[in-house]
Design a protein around this ligand. Structure first.
Ligand SMILES: C[S@@+](CC[C@H](N)C(=O)[O-])C[C@H]1O[C@@H](n2cnc3c(N)ncnc32)[C@H](O)[C@@H]1O
Length: 522
């Protein structure tokens, strides 16, 4: 058995050729520092608890991320859950260095990133210290050779705490059959080309040429055009690794569940809430599906949805997992909603709508809406207005459960503490203020990525908790003057005399927007 400690993370000098290639690929073309909201322990715990699993408290847990890339996902989680401990491991030295630089800048002490191979973590846990409450393996299972894939499952088996929850993402069929066609065309055409950008360019060029030269309206053309459209919308480094790496092995959900079973693990549900609902199928089909056994039902739903990607939650086989969602889990949850309640009509920002009949629930939801983006616990919601009455309490629980199930209210097992009121000296999160120095995407207090325009990026940089509104206005005017003005509707406003009234008029609403995006802490 390997001795625990730093030894475990050492990269052995005798890499197999495939590992050396993978490592150089990721060092050569670093993977984008993506945030995966579903990997928040608060989300993983909420879904597990809804299925009857007594998942550990996210506020004081231990989290391991396998193949953490440049660490952005884990760093955001570590800053959101300061009393929890986080460890990440990645094969790319470049990725780990990038992550450690950010950790140093933020002064985080609850996170460690290690340069090493997943395979080297396949050691038995010797004590609870070696176990993790949450294990995340995002963007790796389908993309690594068999040995690493087995290691991911083995680590979940041996290192997950008794009621711990793992999340493994993977490409899946049937959706990937079509995607694979595009991948094969691109890879074939780019064979022998070394330079990643040239490979990408050549691959896409052939795909596009084939798409344009097959009969219009044919199923083949429609499929290729769909894939080209998806490529146009995606980040180039992401496309490179997804489409050009040697290994990309999608699997059916039922195959994944069977693989997990060989390591005494069972599936709980999808981590992306709402991703397993029946919305897209007819009611008669939905009721036929509902009568199927769990794995068969989920697999069949994938056929209806032509699913391409899964983020599946797992736990030990010894844990009792309920197929029926447990409304009682609402009592330990925190709620947040960006929906709008008018009378008894609730409308979500996603276009969904519903009815809230009971006055006590209406009052509670109205209050919840007013608190956005801060969350409220079940207990707090119970003390709003009339809901203390036992009957109203039961109704509130049932109503909340329904609203969560249809996606009009979001749920988490940990709170979101964002600043809703803009203070005299606004302060953006430390993480977002570091992130805007590197690019245009920041992570908010709900662990969601948000892409910003240039001016908002500058505003975040200035929101340091020491600058008042008057000085923020001056800074914005100076920034706009130096950068060719500000866009207002379809006009570009230039010159200090024109910029001043515009910035004056818009500062309050722009700061309020930062608050609504859950980016302010003071
Ligand atoms: C597609 S990226 C995913 C990064 C991140 N988890 C995400 O989903 O955004 C795959 C990552 O797996 C890492 N990787 C590949 N094989 C590995 C192995 N055997 N051990 C550790 N990391 C590995 C790569 O270095 C790379 O950072």
């Amino acid at each position: 058995m390997t001795v625990l400690g730093c030894e475990r993370f050492r990269v052995p000098p005798d890499h197999s050729p495939s590992h050396a290639k993978l490592m150089s690929n990721y060092d050569e073309v670093p993977y984008p520092d993506f945030i995966h909201p579903a990997t928040h322990p608060g989300n993983m715990a909420a879904i597990a608890r809804l299925h009857g699993v007594n998942a550990p408290p996210p506020e004081s847990c231990r989290v391991l991320e396998l193949a953490c890339g440049p660490g952005g996902n884990l760093i955001s989680l570590a800053s959101l859950l300061p009393l929890s401990q986080f460890e990440g491991i990645d094969l790319s030295a470049g990725h780990v260095k990038t992550g450690n630089t950010m950790i140093g800048k933020l002064g985080l002490t609850n996170i460690q990133l290690h340069h090493g191979r997943i395979e080297d973590w396949m050691t038995e846990a010797e004590s609870d210290e070696d176990r993790f409450d949450y294990i995340i393996a995002h963007g790796v299972y389908s993309w690594v050779p068999e040995e690493a894939r087995q290691a991911i499952l083995a680590i979940c088996q041996t290192r997950l705490s008794a009621n711990g929850v793992a999340l493994i993402s993977y490409n899946t069929y049937p959706g990937w059959h079509q995607r694979q066609m595009a991948r094969d065309i691109m890879r074939y055409h780019a064979e022998g080309i070394e330079d990643p950008q040239t490979r990408l360019r050549h691959g896409k060029a052939l795909l596009s040429s084939v798409a344009q030269n097959v009969p219009q309206g044919s199923a083949y053309r429609v499929a290729l055009e769909e894939e080209l459209k998806a490529l146009e919308q995606a980040n180039e480094a992401y496309i490179y690794h997804e489409q050009f790496e040697d290994t990309n092995r999608p699997r059916y959900f039922h195959e994944f569940a069977a693989e997990a079973g060989t390591h005494c693990l069972q599936t709980i549900a999808e981590a992306d809430w709402g991703d397993s609902t029946y919305e897209q199928v007819r009611p008669d089909v939905a009721s036929a599906l509902a009568s199927l056994p769990k794995i068969r039902r989920a697999q069949t739903l994938d056929f209806f949805r032509r699913r391409t990607f899964r983020q599946t939650l797992l736990c030990h086989q010894s844990v009792a997992v309920s197929e029926q969602l447990q409304a009682s889990a609402m009592e330990s949850m925190h709620f947040v909603t960006s929906s709008n309640l008018q009378g008894d009509q609730i409308t979500g920002s996603n276009g969904l709508s519903g009815t809230v009949d009971h006055p006590a629930t209406q009052q509670a939801i109205q209050h919840l809406v007013s608190q956005y983006p801060t969350s409220m616990s079940f207990e707090e919601l119970c003390s709003v207005g009339e809901s203390q009455e036992p009957v109203a309490l039961a109704t509130l629980k049932a109503d909340l459960f329904n609203l969560v199930c249809v996606g009009l209210v979001s749920v988490s097992a940990s709170p979101t503490e964002a600043c809703r009121e803009v203070s005299s000296h606004p302060r953006a999160t430390d993480l977002s203020r570091e992130q805007v120095l590197l690019g245009d995407t920041v992570t908010n207090l709900r662990h969601q990525p948000i892409r910003l325009d240039d001016t908002t990026t500058h505003l975040i940089r200035c929101c340091d908790g020491e600058t008042d509104h008057a000085n923020l206005i001056e800074s914005m005017i100076a920034y706009a003057t130096a950068n060719g003005g500000l866009v207002d509707g379809d006009q570009v406003v230039t010159g200090e005399e024109n910029l001043r009234p515009l910035v004056n008029a818009k500062m309050a609403s722009n700061l309020q927007r930062l608050a609504a995006m859950a980016l302010l802490v003071g």
